[in-house]
Write a protein that binds this ligand. Structure first.
Ligand SMILES: Nc1ncnc2c1ncn2[C@@H]1O[C@H](COP(=O)(O)OP(=O)(O)OP(=O)(O)O)[C@@H](O)[C@H]1O
Ligand SMILES: [Mg+2]
Length: 506
């Protein structure tokens, strides 16, 4: 156990208390502790664990600006009589997180005493304190400053939904790929879920490439990539209300009339399938519907027909393609309009949720990239996919249908949905509005933690919420599968273009 210092008293702020304590660092290693590191103290209550919030360097010989200036005016640096390193004092402030006694963690209800000795926290104690699941958990990376694997319990991470929030380029998709790899590597006895990825930019196809190391070679076989051009909705499955959700401006009368026709169509076609074209012809020839209602209805449905998404059968066949321990990547990068992407998300989301409620598919996790485009906060940009995403967010837990929402603009993401995501993983976020949203969405994020989020390096994340007992910082592990070349640098992309147009350029 590494000894680092001794608890001291202080008046500003008063300490030690149950919510903060300070200690003077007596270990004389050059950098004995760091901000964010965990420490432990043996108290009368049990083992108290705390996290270092700040480290202050003091030196009383340098505390009066005028003395320093006056002395150095003579041409001699003050360090010649008071060497900084010998007179430096390091004081750390820390926040008690819990007390460990008899195998259980409890809230801190009694402060540590001045004079008590402070040690760097033991790795095993940290695993218990943070609530990590080393045996069956999802290994996302390593705890910052400690040799502890951050393996999160799957139920705690996913059952009540997850949000990955950060600015562009900070590693959200990379982290999501690591999470997918972990979900695909699970053994049957640990419990496997199905994964469906709404891949807006076509970045996840690389998961289907063979990894370098043979130990992980099985991963790529468990990934199926489906291009948006292949997606077709089964028209007979779509009810009048569902059409109404696709075309929110359809009037209740039009929806009701459409309902009657769909009922007749279904009775007539029985086992046979029909297309949206068939439905349109039927409406055109139905003289019972008042002309104005009919024309309006046709207008809405022709507009849907133009998207070429409505067929007779469903492709891919979701009931068969969504399998435990497998991932389906829906590559929407070729779908040009946002509306078309929203239609696809709305259809796929509703179908998956319906199939899951009937127990026809295994528990699943739907990873939604650019989530703010599919369930925005502002009412004026209401998305077609909004209601199903909100429904899964509200009710998914009971049916083991989980959402993993990814967004670079948390401020634009529906707060209804964001507040249902019980675990948040945040990489670097610097936009003050986004930071305010994050702070408002979780009581565990203090202003100090928010400040830490804005200075995180790429690939480091803060996890808060139900997946763990206390907020923690993690360095995300390297991927097993190869990254797509999508992120080639600008120089490379410029060179590749010129080489392709004039081959003599090297
Ligand atoms: N944990 C990590 N280890 C190593 N490299 C990483 C890590 N995380 C991210 N990177 C690198 O940073 C780059 C950006 O990551 P990524 O594409 O995941 O960002 P993003 O947050 O999804 O951005 P965007 O919002 O633009 O989609 C990637 O090219 C990747 O190589
Ligand atoms: Mg991304």
């Amino acid at each position: 156990m590494k000894f680092v210092g001794t608890v001291i008293t202080s008046n500003f702020p008063p300490s030690p208390t149950t919510s903060n304590f300070s200690f003077v660092i007596t270990n004389d290693e050059p950098i004995p502790v760091r901000k964010g590191q965990y420490v432990q103290i043996n108290t009368e209550d049990g083992l108290l664990l705390g996290m270092i919030q700040e480290i202050i360097k003091t030196n009383r010989f340098y505390s009066h600006a005028e003395y320093v200036k006056e002395y150095e005016r003579g041409g001699q640096p003050l360090t010649s009589i008071f060497p900084c390193d010998r007179w430096d004092m390091l004081i750390a402030t820390a926040k008690p997180l819990g007390v460990f006694s008899n195998g259980f963690f409890d809230k801190v209800s009694f402060p540590p005493s001045p004079g008590e000795r402070v040690y760097v926290a033991d790795d095993e104690v940290l695993v218990d304190l943070l609530g990590l699941d080393l045996e069956h958990g999802l290994y996302l990376g390593n705890l910052r400053f400690h040799d502890v694997s951050v393996s999160l319990n799957m139920t705690r991470l996913l059952q009540k939904h997850l949000a990955i929030l950060a600015m562009s380029g900070s590693g959200k998709s990379y982290l999501a790929s690591v999470l997918i790899e972990e979900l695909l590597s699970r053994k049957i006895e640990s419990g496997r879920v199905a994964v469906v990825v709404i891949d807006v930019h076509g970045e996840y196809s690389s998961l289907a490439n063979k990894p370098d190391k043979d130990v992980h070679s099985g991963l790529s076989d468990k990934v199926t990539v489906v291009k948006s051009s292949f997606v077709q909705f089964a028209t007979p499955l779509i009810s009048n209300r569902w059409f109404g959700a696709f075309q929110p401006e359809m009037s209740p009368i039009q929806v009701r009339e459409l309902g009657k026709i769909i009922t007749e169509m279904r009775r007539e076609y029985r086992e046979k399938s029909y297309s949206l074209q068939d439905l349109l012809i039927r409406i055109e020839n139905d003289s019972k519907i008042p002309q104005r209602t009919r024309e309006a209805m046709l207008g809405w449905l022709y507009e849907l027909e133009d998207t070429r998404l409505f067929g007779t059968e469903e492709t891919p066949d979701l009931e068969n393609i969504v399998k435990a321990g497998h991932a389906v990547i829906l590559d929407l990068s070729e779908a040009t309009s946002l509306r078309k992407k929203q239609l696809i998300v709305s259809y796929i989301g509703s179908r998956l949720f319906g199939l899951r409620r009937r127990g026809a598919i295994p528990p699943f996790t739907m990873i939604l990239e650019e989530a703010h485009q599919f369930c925005p906060q502002a009412r004026q940009e209401l998305a077609i996919s909004q209601s199903i995403i909100e429904q899964i967010a509200r009710e998914g837990r009971k049916f083991y249908a989980a959402l993993c929402l990814i967004s670079q603009r948390p401020v634009r993401l529906s707060t209804t949905v964001l507040s249902q995501a019980n675990t948040h993983i945040m990489l670097r976020i610097s936009n003050p509005n986004d930071l305010d949203t994050i702070k408002a969405s979780s009581e565990m994020i203090t202003s100090e933690t928010a400040a830490m989020i804005s200075s995180l390096p790429v690939g480091e994340a803060l996890i808060v919420g139900s997946a763990i007992n206390f907020p923690l910082f993690v360095k995300i592990r390297k991927r097993y599968t190869k990254e797509s070349t999508y992120e080639a640098n600008l120089e490379q992309a410029a060179k590749t273009f010129e080489q392709s147009t004039s081959p003599d350029i090297k």
